[in-house]
Design a protein around this ligand. Structure first.
Ligand SMILES: C[S@@+](CC[C@H](N)C(=O)[O-])C[C@H]1O[C@@H](n2cnc3c(N)ncnc32)[C@H](O)[C@@H]1O
Length: 475
């Protein structure tokens, strides 16, 4: 494996230049950050059935919720971890295992990018300075969001692009490789962030293979080089014990430190007089987790317990993320909550949470999960009403907010299946003023054709098409 020689000068220059605005993704509907930060807040009322608890669940469009949380001092700047698994731009609709409509994933291209970008800009504001974002997508949109998140978080705050094996191998008849991966982008708000290094516990065979040698006192160890790439002009570039570091390299430690290590017996000298460092097995907390996750597949056999909500993720995946990037008591948010995997896992790990989902089926699933737990995947096929497993969360641990009748409800009642990035600018007696990208005019017109509303498009000075949707039923 080739080891690159780091040049701190080039790297810091590069980061300085590319921190916020190295590359841009250009598309016609891209709003200014200021416009997004002035997104109107939503209005929510507390459900009588779930009025008490330290965690919050919103049944609402997350755009208005995120905007309203910006004004909430107990949340804004205090969220330590956001994991989101939004629709992946599949141009499909999703049903639960009990054939209930769950959600539509119809946004594609720039409309999808802008809808998610708006939310990410608000999320960035809500994060604490030591907070982190994990964005889960697949090959359709992950590359666009590497660029978008560099714009929002700064490329220097990019940490990983994790590849996850999502399912078992597929027997494709298509002339392509089987598609078993999806991706998680990990960004932090700053370079001082919460990090509890996740490790895999050693098994004996692996430990013996990796730590092959046994010291005089019986301790197992491995040998690693004591030099690193790059030439240095200081003490680490000079002779130690009559030996220069190999060409193009420097000693990893100052000669005085190397002397101390040698005195403690931590240096192994080869028969040809080359020093190597001994790393003892007992000092290893485990095998550090790398950025390819093979053991986090979503439910893949009939015995695994699930909620039955489509696209629900493996709780083990959330356990790893939540443990690595938050501490007990921290506030965790998932504003595309689905079946509530993040929320249930956060609860189990002693974190506080905020969850949001637009879908009625998602909210029903989350409530069911909290009250009754999950069910064997096999039971959805043969015995759909089988009793669920043990309860996971008490009734009084969270409050439920419903979106106040208006925006979303209004559209639902009128059978207007509007897709974001439409945002409501103003509501008056004349109707509702929407801000939409030009390319959505046709979509809006066609989806609303069965309603009795009058659609009046006009172009504003920001060159967005605005739509006045007059509604006789609007109070
Ligand atoms: C892929 S699913 C999330 C699955 C979840 N990670 C789990 O483990 O169950 C995406 C969810 O985002 C929700 N969603 C889509 N657009 C939304 C919006 N604008 N506001 C709130 N939720 C939204 C959908 O209803 C759906 O439940």
């Amino acid at each position: 494996m080739a080891v690159p020689v780091p040049s701190n000068k080039v790297r810091s220059q590069h980061l300085k230049n590319t921190n916020a605005h190295g590359f841009h993704l250009e598309y016609s509907e891209k709003k200014s950050v200021d416009e997004i930060l002035s997104t109107p807040t939503g209005k929510y009322e507390l459900s009588k059935d779930y009025p008490k608890g330290k965690n919050r669940l919103y049944h609402a469009d997350n755009l208005g919720v995120l905007a309203s949380l910006l004004e909430d001092n107990s949340v804004c700047g205090k969220v330590k971890l956001v994991y989101i698994d939004p629709p992946f731009s599949t141009a499909a609709s999703f049903e639960s295992r009990k054939q209930k409509h769950a959600y539509d994933d119809h946004l594609v291209g720039p409309a999808f990018v802008e809808a998610l970008r708006e939310r990410l800009i608000l999320i960035h504001r809500l994060l604490a300075d030591d907070g982190a974002l994990y964005l889960h997508l697949d090959e359709r949109m992950i590359f666009h969001f590497r660029v978008i998140l560099d714009e929002i978080f700064g490329s220097k705050n990019f940490r990983n692009c994790i590849t996850r094996k999502k399912c078992n191998p597929k027997n494709y008849t298509r002339k392509t490789y089987g598609n078993v991966a999806d991706y998680i982008l990990f960004y932090t708000k700053s370079d001082t962030y919460i990090w509890n290094r996740p490790v895999e516990v050693w098994d004996e065979a692996k430990a013996i293979k990796e730590y092959q040698y046994i010291d005089v006192d019986g301790r197992r160890y491995k040998k690693v080089p004591i030099h690193a790439p790059g030439v240095r002009n200081g003490e680490t570039g000079k002779e130690w014990r009559g030996k220069l570091p190999p060409p193009g390299k420097h000693w990893q430690y100052l000669p005085s430190k190397l002397d101390e290590m040698d005195a403690r017996g931590e240096i192994y000298w080869s028969s040809t007089g080359n020093p190597r460092r001994k790393i003892y097995f007992e000092s290893s907390a485990g095998i550090p987790i790398q950025d390819i996750w093979m053991d986090m597949r979503d439910a893949h056999n009939q015995n695994i317990h699930i909620t039955g909500y489509p696209t629900e993720k493996n709780p083990a995946l959330l356990t790893r993320i939540i443990e690595a990037s938050s501490n007990p008591g921290d506030l965790v948010m998932d504003c595309f909550a689905g079946s509530g995997t993040t929320l249930a896992t956060a609860s189990k790990l002693g974190r506080q949470w905020i969850g949001v989902d637009l879908s009625e089926e998602a909210i029903k699933t989350i409530l069911h999960r909290f009250m009754h737990g999950t069910e064997r995947m096999g039971d959805f096929v043969n015995e759909p009403e089988k009793a669920p497993s043990s309860p996971q969360l008490g009734h009084s641990t969270f409050v439920l907010f419903n979106e106040v009748k208006g925006n979303h409800e209004f559209m639902k009642q009128n059978d207007i299946k509007l897709c974001p990035p439409v945002s409501i600018i103003n509501k008056s007696e004349q109707g509702i003023l929407f801000n939409i990208g030009n390319s959505h005019l046709n979509t809006l017109t066609s989806v609303a054709k069965n309603s009795t509303n009058i659609i009046k498009p006009y172009t504003s000075k920001e060159s967005f098409t605005k739509i006045l949707l007059s509604d006789a039923k609007l109070a």
